[in-house]
Design a protein around this ligand. Structure first.
Ligand SMILES: Nc1ncnc2c1ncn2[C@@H]1O[C@H](COP(=O)(O)OP(=O)(O)OP(=O)(O)O)[C@@H](O)[C@H]1O
Ligand SMILES: [Mg+2]
Length: 386
């Protein structure tokens, strides 16, 4: 498989008819259901303007364009009912360009997200976001899916058990050495309640931060009693204490290793959420991860199931991304989300501002993709038999 093999830009003539799409309820995100359009292909269009130097924000002020007449476009805007759509079509001119199609696509996706109610799970869903491969988008996925769920009105806790503390940074949470952290919980036995901080930018989102102290925890845990159970016990006690007020989702951001911290995360969760980067080595090491999860299931946590796989850093310009995506979907047909996340500059910029992309640039295609992924995940619900 040639690395970096380039294909022609996506077939823009196959653009989705917005007027048909917006009237539908939401078949695309339900398990096994789906629209005829390929979300990855849709997103390939979304990234076109970004690569052309046009941000979605800028696009709102640029005169948007469409093949439709102004009259039919205005009628459609009324149907869409969104300010963005109305503003877009009001200034619509007759043109057939990638930017016009990009705008149509964004309007259609935003409208669908706005119209879809994100269901509250019956009980707290505890998900470990894991992949021992580094830099595949675990942290980015954790914080953005968590932010999207919180923005949809759910209560969400992110537990950062990676000594790098990247999730804490992205959520704008203090995590210098003196801050009480997950280290105090798993090593010192402190209650989770004492370390959880509310995210300053997003209502309904909390974080149990990681500090550099956690780097020593792998070694310190070895000699402790019930060393694999420590996070589980602390989290269970915290959820019990919260009662009705308990979180709807708990997402645990793991380090890129299969050490005792990751084992603690697997024991504390019922679901594993694996982000897979759309690149050549994506599947290498995956079998090792699956074996380890099997071992955990056998010896420590029989309830654990791989519930969700998300394709990240999808680059629609490369055939390689499409090939990796296809391979992963073939291997895990029921587990891979239909939504995938494009490679996006806005996503990678957000953490340097202490923000998720959901707050840094909510109109970007990266934010839309994470909102879609979070909605899909919520609509699917916990795998049966849990
Ligand atoms: N969709 C994306 N588009 C562009 N850049 C991305 C995307 N997702 C993640 N990145 C960037 O890729 C890098 C790795 O992402 P991230 O930190 O989420 O991976 P990780 O799996 O948590 O890494 P680690 O294994 O070190 O914990 C970061 O710089 C992040 O900003
Ligand atoms: Mg990380």
């Amino acid at each position: 498989m040639p690395v970096g093999d380039r294909t022609e830009p996506p077939d823009v003539d196959a653009a989705v008819d917005v007027s048909r799409e917006t009237g539908s309820s939401d078949p695309q995100w339900s398990r096994g259901g789906g629209s005829s359009s390929d979300p990855s292909t849709d997103r390939s269009r979304s990234e076109t303007p970004a690569s052309a130097g046009v941000t979605p924000h800028a696009a709102q002020s640029v005169a948007p364009v469409s093949r439709e007449t102004t009259t039919s476009a205005a009628a459609r805007a009324a149907t869409l009912g969104s300010e963005f759509a109305t503003a877009a079509v009001e200034t619509m001119q007759d043109a057939d360009t990638p930017i016009a199609r990009e705008l149509e696509d964004q309007v259609r996706r935003r409208t669908r997200i706005a119209q879809t109610k994100v269901p509250k799970p019956e009980r707290t869903r505890v998900m470990t976001v894991a992949n021992q491969k580094g830099g595949v988008g675990k942290t980015t996925t954790t914080v953005n899916v968590a932010a999207a769920l919180a923005q949809a009105g759910l209560r969400v806790l992110v537990i950062d058990i990676d000594p790098q503390g990247n999730a804490s940074t992205a959520l704008g949470i203090e995590h210098h050495a003196e801050v009480p952290s997950v280290y105090d919980v798993v090593v010192e036995g402190k209650p989770m309640h004492d370390i959880v901080q509310e995210c300053p930018d997003i209502k309904g989102l909390w974080c149990a931060p990681a500090t550099i102290d956690l780097a020593g925890a792998e070694i310190e845990l070895v000699s402790l009693v019930a060393r694999e159970q420590r996070l589980n016990r602390a989290l269970t006690a915290h959820l019990d204490e919260l009662g009705e007020e308990a979180y709807d989702y708990v997402l645990i951001d793991c380090p890129p290793s299969l050490g005792l911290l990751t084992v603690n995360a697997f024991v504390a969760a019922r679901e594993v959420f694996i982000p897979i980067q759309c690149e050549y080595y994506a599947l290498e090491g995956l079998s090792q991860l699956l074996n380890n999860i099997e071992l955990i299931r056998k010896h420590l946590n029989p309830a654990l199931a791989i519930s969700t796989i998300l394709l990240t850093m999808y680059d629609a310009r490369t055939r390689l991304s499409a090939q990796v995506a296809e391979e992963v979907r073939t291997h895990f047909p029921d587990t891979v989300l239909r939504s995938s996340v494009p490679r996006s500059v806005r996503i990678s910029e957000a953490p340097s501002h202490g923000l998720t992309v959901m707050t840094y640039d909510p109109a970007s295609s990266g934010a839309l993709s994470y909102a879609e992924a979070a909605t899909e995940l919520a609509l699917r619900g916990e795998p049966s038999g849990q």
